[in-house]
Structures are given as C-alpha cells and as structure tokens.
Design a protein around this ligand. Structure first.
Ligand code: NAD
Length: 505
C-alpha cells in the first residue's frame, strides 16, 4: 500500500490552529489542498494565513519563491462540503466534540468517493466512536498531528476498532511521504504520547502537593538531572493549565477513573483561579512583565568528605564512583551484591532513590536519579528528620565537589526523577503488553512528541530491568492506593522473564 498520490487533492475541514498547520504540510508536500470551515469566511482567512506563512519561509530562505507560488495556486478555500467530492483524503480538525465529528463524517460519506480516506485529528476522543455510525468505518483513521504541525515531526496513526489495515497503512505512508515520522497505535485513551506522558506532570505536582519542593526546584531537577527540555510546571504554563488538565481528565475518565491517571487537585485549583499559564500572565509562575522568576533551592557550599565507602557498584548510579575518584575523593569499595549506597565518614548513608523513605532508616540521605551523572548540573538530595546535619553536609559537599548544584528537598519516596521515570517506564511496558504500540514506536513518540531526552525503553535498558519495578513496588507499599502499583507487564519484564531465562540457561 502506497502513500496517497500527490495529484490527489487533500481536504482539511476545520481551519483553526491545527487545520491550518496540517493544510500547510500537505500543501508543501505537493498536494492540491481544499480548506473548509463551518464559520463563514474562516477558510478564506486560513488560506491567507497559510500564504503569509509560506511568504515567511521564502524570506528565511527555506522555500523557493517558485514553490511558494505553485503552492498558493494549489490552495483553495471552499464554501460547501460538496466541493470536496474529488478529494483522496479528508483530514478533520474541527471542534473536539464527538457529536460534531460524527455528524461531519456522516455528511462526508455521502459526498466523497468510496476510496477516499477519512482522517480525524482528535486528540482525546475515541476514533472507534467517531467512526461508529459510518456505513464504512474501515476507512476512518486517526491522524494525530502535534502543534505546530509544520514543525512537529510526529504523527500518531491511530487504528480504531473497525479501521482497515489498508487505510491505516495508507495514512501511515502518506504521513511519511509528507516528511513526518509516523508511529502506529491502537485506539486507546491518550494514544501513545498523552497516555504515557501523564506521570511526568502528575508526579511533579504530587511532590509539590506533598510540600517537598517548590515548582522552581522541581523544574530545575527535571531539567538538570532528568535531562528533560522543560520541567513540568514551566511546560504546563506554556501548554495552558486548562488544556493540560483537560487531557489528564479525559485520559483518567476514559480509563474508567483508573487511579494511575488521577488528576492533580493543585492543578484543579490553579485552573479554577484562572491562572492558566503564560496566556493569562500567571500560572504556576508569574509571567507578568518584569516579574522575577523564582530560583530553585540550591544548597550552600559544604566541605566534601575525605572518603566514601561504596557498598556495591551503585547500580544505575555507577558512574558516580568514577566521578568521585576523578574529584580526588577516595572510594573504598566493599563487596556487596548490587548495593546502591555510599557510607559517609559521619557513618550516615547516601542511597539512590529507591521508593523507600528516610524515616525508615537511621541517618540516611537519598539522592535522585540522573539521566547522566557526568553531565547533570544539579542533583536532588532528601533528608528526613532523623538525618544528622553532618551526614547531609557531607552528602551535599560530595556532589558539590563533582561540580553539581545541590537541591535539598523533603523526604518523599522515589524523590523526583526516579519516580517519574519509573512510572513512564511502567506505563510504556503496560501499553506494549496491551497492544497499543511497539517499543520502538513508543520511544520515537516520546522523543519527538514531547521531547524526552530518551524514550522510556531506552531509559529502562540503561537503568537495568529491575529498577523501575523496584521503585514502584516500594512506593506502592507506602501508598497502597494503586497509583504506584507496578503493572503485570513491568513485573514480567523485571522478574518473570529473567527467572525463566535463568531456569533454561
Ligand atoms: N490545538 C492543539 O494543540 C491540538 C493538537 C492536536 C490535536 N488537536 C485537535 O485538533 C482539532 C482542532 O483543534 P484546534 O486547536 O485546531 O481548534 P480550533 O478551535 O483552532 O479550530 C477549530 C475550527 O473548526 C471549525 N469548526 C467547528 N465545527 C465545525 C464543523 N462542524 N465543520 C467545519 N468546521 C468546524 C471552527 O470554526 C474552527 O475554525 C481538535 O479535535 C483538537 O482536539 C488539537
């Protein structure tokens, strides 16, 4: 099955933000493009706006003037749906309402040819439900573009319950021929990206709600330790708190209020207060002109310890031992199986976030997971009321000696990066086990759709197969609501498969 022929006209119905972007993509790829919008004059305005964007591409040297002229000539706003009769593909980007979309596709079915592919850009509705009333639901597919469509490479190609394989393949190949990176996914709440990304926001909000750290500190840790492009608070201020909350809410509802997707009360209050983010001048942060950006908590300078005792190889934090030695601090190694702790001269312990809390042990400081300890510029530490000031000072001095800023946060299990990454990995495994998408497509989707530094499976491979399960298992023990319950898929991945392999080797 090949991509739609370039001579075949593409229709875009609904010419708001997404419709204009998608139309521009199809147009620049070489198709004749028809624009239709229910609001009078809007399709014409959209054509003018797309034309202006093409002008800017020419000015920037990204599009030859002749190509712009040819593209403009291929772009046609229309006033009646019947003018879409000869289109080979109709992409719908109208209001996010099931009845509106169903009615539109019902009308289109009477207009377009039998072999015309129908696509919806819905981000939260079920493709299956949208296609339910159609006479031929097999030709309806989800083509989920990301905003801004001309710049974002990812397109989720969603197969509804009744979508024909040929329709999905044609949509996939067409998106690829337009220069996009398509990923195939089943019709599930949130598709790939909006399903798996939920904990990135939820865990940051939860740590804040637990009074363990403020937004600026959590954001700095997610960026500088976790390697994420933006922290959850600044990113949701950019997206719009109302938009982000409504995606979370819709995924949670669609999963029949699965506790793993429970929305945040703190975010609810923010939305209720009208603090929607940059667009209203205030969200988690104050975006008013001249407003000061709060600084993350950064610990004062402390003396590094003269030596540390490493019990085991530190697991996913093994690189730290090299860095400590490079900083001129002596590492005395003690042979412990798979240990993840350093003993400090104070006698206190420095332990990689593992889902337990500091109050359970005497004199412990937890340190958070980093994507790459060598390049991380900040590391989070947490101390409990039972941690001695000397242990915290030595732990702080140790990371400062490695050139890191240190943020001290409250005693929350799984700290910040470790719990976030563990949950992302869990949801990713769960999604594969439930036939949502392949591992490869999930990693691609999370890197390209939400700019994660690495996909969850790649991260999982780096951490070792047991890390995410162990963190969540410990967290689940301390919060048995089900929010942190590791999925069966993660359990199988971490232990069952391993046991079987050992048994057969
Ligand atoms: N904005 C995003 O970031 C984003 C990203 C991915 C997907 N989506 C999805 O894309 C779709 C459109 O979103 P948007 O942000 O572009 O919305 P928008 O409000 O900017 O544009 C919607 C357009 O659809 C028109 N419209 C409404 N009902 C119509 C009908 N029955 N027939 C024809 N036109 C109609 C409106 O007049 C408007 O111009 C939604 O389903 C949304 O969930 C949005």
């Amino acid at each position: 099955m090949t991509a739609l022929d370039l001579s075949s006209p593409v229709a875009v119905v609904g010419t708001g933000t997404m419709g204009q972007g998608i139309a521009q993509v199809a147009l620049v790829a070489g198709h004749p493009v028809r624009l239709y919008d229910a609001a009078a004059g809007r399709a014409r305005d959209a054509a003018a706006a797309i034309g202006a964007r093409l002008d800017r591409l020419v000015e920037k040297g990204k599009l030859p003037g002749a190509d712009r002229d040819a593209a403009r000539a291929r772009l046609q706003p229309v006033e009646r749906l019947t003018e879409l009769a000869d289109c080979g593909l109709v992409v719908e980007a109208v209001l996010e309402r099931l009845d509106v979309k169903q009615e539109l596709f019902g009308a289109l079915e009477d207009i377009v040819a039998d072999d015309c592919l129908l696509a919806t850009n819905t981000s939260s509705l079920s493709v299956t439900a949208i296609g339910g009333p159609l006479r031929h639901p097999g030709r309806l597919v989800g083509l989920h573009f990301f905003n801004p469509a001309p710049l974002m490479p990812l397109v989720e190609v969603v197969s509804g319950f009744a979508t024909d394989v040929t329709s999905a393949t044609r949509a996939y190949e067409t998106a690829r021929s337009w220069g996009k990176t398509p990923v195939a996914c089943a019709d599930t709440p949130g598709f790939i990206v909006n399903r798996i990304a939920r904990p990135f926001y939820a865990e940051a909000f939860a740590v804040h709600e637990a009074q363990a750290a403020d937004p600026a500190t959590i954001d700095a840790i997610l960026r500088e330790s976790g390697g994420f492009r933006m922290g959850a608070f600044e990113l949701t201020d950019l997206i719009g708190q109302d938009v982000n909350e409504s995606v979370t809410h819709s995924v949670w509802q669609s999963f029949f209020q699965d506790v793993r997707f429970t929305p945040s009360l703190a975010q609810r209050r923010l939305v209720e207060s009208g603090r929607l983010g940059r667009k209203t001048g205030h969200g988690w942060y104050d975006h008013a002109e001249g407003a000061e950006r709060p600084e993350p908590h950064t610990a004062d300078k402390e003396q590094p310890p003269a030596y540390v005792v490493a019990e085991g190889g530190l697991g996913p934090a093994a690189e730290l031992l090299t860095l400590i030695r490079e900083a001129g601090i002596q590492v005395r190694e003690e042979d412990e199986d798979n240990g993840t702790r350093l003993v400090l001269p104070s006698g206190g312990q420095l332990v990689l976030a593992d889902g337990q809390t500091g109050v359970e042990f005497r004199d412990v400081v937890y340190f958070d997971l980093a994507l790459d300890y060598r390049t991380a510029t900040r590391v989070a530490l947490s101390a409990s009321p039972d941690t001695s000031p000397r242990t915290l000072a030595e732990a702080t001095g140790l990371f400062q000696a490695l050139g890191k800023d240190v943020s001290v946060i409250g005693d929350v299990p799984g700290m910040i990066v470790a719990r976030t990454v563990a949950r992302l990995i869990d949801l990713a495994h769960d999604a594969v086990a439930k036939g949502v998408a392949t591992e490869e497509d999930i990693d691609t989707a999370m890197r390209l759709g939400v700019n994660y530094p690495v996909g969850p499976f790649e991260w999982d491979r780096r951490l070792g197969r047991e890390f995410a399960f162990d963190v969540l298992d410990e967290m689940h023990e301390r919060d048995p609501s089900g929010r942190y319950a590791p999925s069966l898929a993660l359990y199988r991945h971490a232990y069952a498969v391993e046991d079987r392999r050992e048994g057969t080797s």
